[in-house]
Each structure stands twice: as C-alpha cells, then as structure tokens.
Design a protein around this ligand. Structure first.
Ligand code: EPZ
Length: 422
C-alpha cells in the first residue's frame, strides 16, 4: 500500500490550480443515465472515486470515454439497471444511480450502502422520496429493489427529515423525468446540488430554486445530452488554504469559486490569516500573522452555507498549532473524529467530549508514522505533517486518492518536501 512521506516545517508558497469537484462530478456522471444522448463533463477531476463510478456505469452498459479532465458518457445501450454490493461497498455515492435508473427505466436494484468510517449514513430519505413519487421500494437481501408499477414516476411534494446532499440530488434527478411537479422542501443547498441542476437544465429539465432549501421541478418526457464544466472543488480549495495557514505560507488558489468558501474564509481571517479574493482566485497570506502563529478559532459544522463537515479535520490541524484552545463541534456525522488519535501521535493536545473536540494549541508538532482512516481525515494528517518538525509518514493513503487529484504533486510545487512511497 502507498504511503506519503513528508519533511515538515516548510512554508508553502506559490500558486495552485484547483480541480473540478468530486462531489459534483459523481452526481453529474449519474445524471447521464437520464438520457440516451451523449453527456460531456469538462474540468472532470482525475480521482479514484470517478474511476470507480465509471466502472460501475460501464458495467451497466454505459459508454464511457475519458480524456484529459474530460469524460464523455452515453447511456444509449443500458442493459443492466443494477449496482452490485462489491461496487457500492467501495463507494457510497454509487447510490446516486438509483434515482436516474428508476426515473428512466422504471426499475433498479442498488445495493444498500453499508456504513462507513464516519458514520451509519443510511439512505432512508432517498427511498422515502422515491416512494412518494410512486415507486415501490423494498430492501431484499441487502439490495434496494425499486420498480414503478404505473410506468412513470409522478411528481410529489417531498420534505426530507434532515438535509441530505445526495438525497436531494437523487430525488431531483428522479423528478426531472417524473410526470408533473415535484417540490423538494428542506433541500440541500450545497454548490454541487446547484451545479447538478445547472446541467440538468441544459439537458432540458425544468428546475427552479436549486441552491436554496426549496427546489421545484416540472417533469419532462425526455432529456437531451449536454456539455458541462464541473464546478471547482471547494473542499480541495479549503484543504490547500488550511495547509498554507498551518505552514505559515503564502498561497494563491487559481480556478476556484471564492463565494463557495465564505464560512471557511471567515474562520481563517479570525485565525489571523490575510485573505484576498478575485473572480476566480483566493490568496491566503499567513507568513506574518500576529505573534507569528494562528489564533485558535472554534467551529461548529453545519449544512451549506455553514462550515462544511468535510473541512473539519483540516481546520482541526490548523488549530493544533494555534495560540489558545478551540472547540470543534461535528453536527453532521456521528463518528468523524478518527483523525484525532493520529493527530495526538503527532503531538497535538486534543480531548474528545461527545461530538465536540477541545484542541489546545501547542508550539510544535513532531513527525511520526500515522494512519489515514477516511478521506478528509487523511487530508488533515497531511496538513499536520506539513507543519510538524521532522518526518511524517502517512499510511493507507488510498483514502486520500479518492478525493484529491495528485495532491503530493500540487504540494511539492508549493515547496513541500513530500513524496509517495510504496
Ligand atoms: C455528501 O454525502 C458528501 N458526499 C459527503 O462528502 C459530505 O460529507 C456530506 O454530503 C455532508 O455534506 C457526496 O456528495 C458524494 P448526507 P451524503 O446525505 O449525501 C444522514 C467527502 O468527504 N442521512 O448529506 O452521503 C446521514 O447519515 C464526503 O467528500 C440519513 O440519516 O451525506 C448524515 O448524518 C464524505 N438518511 C446526514 O444525514 C438519509 O437518507 C447528512 O448526510 C440521508 C442522510
């Protein structure tokens, strides 16, 4: 298994180009099931999860052609409306094929995703919404088995019990081909939901309100192909911002969307970093913070536009070296502190109290061998390793490869001493 070896205490300097968003590319790929015409995604990130979904779709009969940050998908010869367990267990987002398959083909068998490192992560809201639209859905031998007795889904008013990103996306895709109007209340407002809606509209869907908590969809008979530029990855962007602050460097992110980062930028300013933004760039200067160190800043994760749960581990790494104590409260997932014990191995002072961590900043972290447990936890460990004194080796970095395209190359270009070792 690959590892990352990092020689720490080197401030990051320079420009880094942000890739397309993993959490947009995955639903956009699933949406190509809704039409027999070609869908072309540009700015598509080169990620393990994208390859995994490509394989799943190919297994269904989808034509998938990959180029340089470009994917062409065409669902004109779908033969299998199934997502088997061996695929779904490696990537929960496979459940995103459920809505499109039921909407276009009237049936689907999708393995119920198991839990994962960060929590149980059920999909009951996805199922409830499809049932409200007239699908018959039951769980058989670990599979979600859905069918549409009346032949076509019917629009419905759906209010999810909690805000769910992929739940909103699945139901919005299903509603696009349903008969009549669907209203999704309590919808997720993440930029990736709005990006999916933007592509669906290019395909001929009639959608209003995506990006707000109420999405209204008028179903249509069929959808056409489209070409779409994947929205930049706000979590990759946030990860590099935190790395720049933790190493007290000066980094400019290119091809990002600053307004998708507002909650994080506010917290980094509060920590003492100097942030400037333009139309599609963000510069963070952390080489002259008052006292030469970041100030501890507390956060509470919440759904967009709040502070993202996907940035909690990375921001915790910044707080490990800050002046003072910070409280980090995780409200979305029930077990998203797997990085804490690994950070403690690097010398951090962190206490877990229920769904809150109290981080007492220390002057220095000291390099050690640590283990990645999930995608964003591994990003937090990279940031801590970049700031720690001496050598840090991060094991099981296949977690990192799921969501970051060539991270070690981008960091090395910013001056980090980092290399992948097998
Ligand atoms: C999406 O996961 C993201 N993944 C996650 O990013 C992200 O952490 C999460 O949203 C929250 O922002 C993709 O977009 C592919 P949810 P998702 O449904 O949709 C509960 C990363 O690192 N829930 O919004 O699976 C659920 O258990 C990944 O890139 C139900 O109970 O998350 C969780 O506690 C990690 N029943 C909360 O809601 C349901 O039917 C939010 O989950 C659905 C969700």
């Amino acid at each position: 298994m690959d590892k990352l070896r990092i020689e720490g205490e080197r401030p990051l300097h320079g420009d880094v180009q942000i890739s397309g968003a993993k959490n947009a590319a995955l639903p956009l790929m699933a949406a190509s099931l809704l039409t027999d015409q070609p869908v072309v995604l540009l700015n598509a990130p080169e990620l393990m999860d994208v390859r995994t979904l490509s394989q799943l779709l190919t297994g269904m009969g989808m034509q998938v052609d990959r180029g340089e940050e470009r994917i062409r998908l065409q669902a004109d010869r779908i033969t299998v409306c199934e997502a088997p367990y061996e695929r779904v267990k490696t990537m929960r987002a496979s459940v995103l094929v459920l809505g499109p398959l039921v909407a276009r083909f009237g049936h689907a068998r999708v393995s119920l995703p198991g839990g994962c490192a960060i929590g149980a992560r059920p999909v009951d809201q996805h199922i409830k919404g499809l049932q409200l639209m007239g699908a018959q859905v039951q769980v058989e031998h670990g599979d979600i088995v859905a069918s549409v007795p009346r032949g076509r889904l019917k629009g419905a008013r759906i209010s999810t019990d909690m805000i769910t990103v992929t739940g909103t996306e699945n139901l919005m895709m299903a509603a696009a081909l349903a008969e009549g109007e669907t209203v999704i209340e309590n919808a997720a407002q993440e930029p990736e939901v709005a990006d999916l809606a933007a592509m669906l509209v290019k395909m001929g869907a009639r959608i209003e309100g995506a990006g707000s908590s109420r999405i209204r969809i008028q179903g249509v008979e069929r959808l056409r192909g489209a070409e779409h530029v994947t929205v930049p990855d706000r979590i990759e962007a946030g990860t590099f911002l935190c790395a720049a602050v933790a190493t007290r460097g000066d980094v400019t992110l290119r091809r990002c969307v600053p307004e998708h980062l507002d909650a994080l930028l506010d917290k980094l300013r509060e920590a003492g970093a100097r942030i400037t933004t333009g139309a599609n760039w963000v510069r963070v200067q952390a080489d002259a913070m008052p006292g030469g160190r970041a100030r501890a800043v507390s956060v509470r994760t919440s759904e967009y536009p709040g502070f993202p749960t996907d940035m909690q581990a990375q921001f915790m790494a910044v707080n490990c070296l800050a002046m003072g104590a910070a409280h980090l409260t995780e409200t979305i997932f029930e077990n998203r502190f797997m990085h804490v014990q690994e950070l403690v191995r690097l010398g951090a002072n962190i206490a877990i109290e229920g769904n809150t961590c109290v981080v007492q900043g220390v002057e220095r972290l000291s390099g050690a061998t640590v283990m990645a447990t999930d995608l964003r936890a591994s990003a937090g460990l990279v940031i801590a390793g970049l700031a720690a004194e001496g050598t840090t080796v991060i094991e099981r970095i296949y977690h990192l490869d799921r969501g970051y395209a060539g991270m070690e190359h981008k960091l090395a270009a910013l001056g980090a001493r980092i290399a992948r070792v097998s």
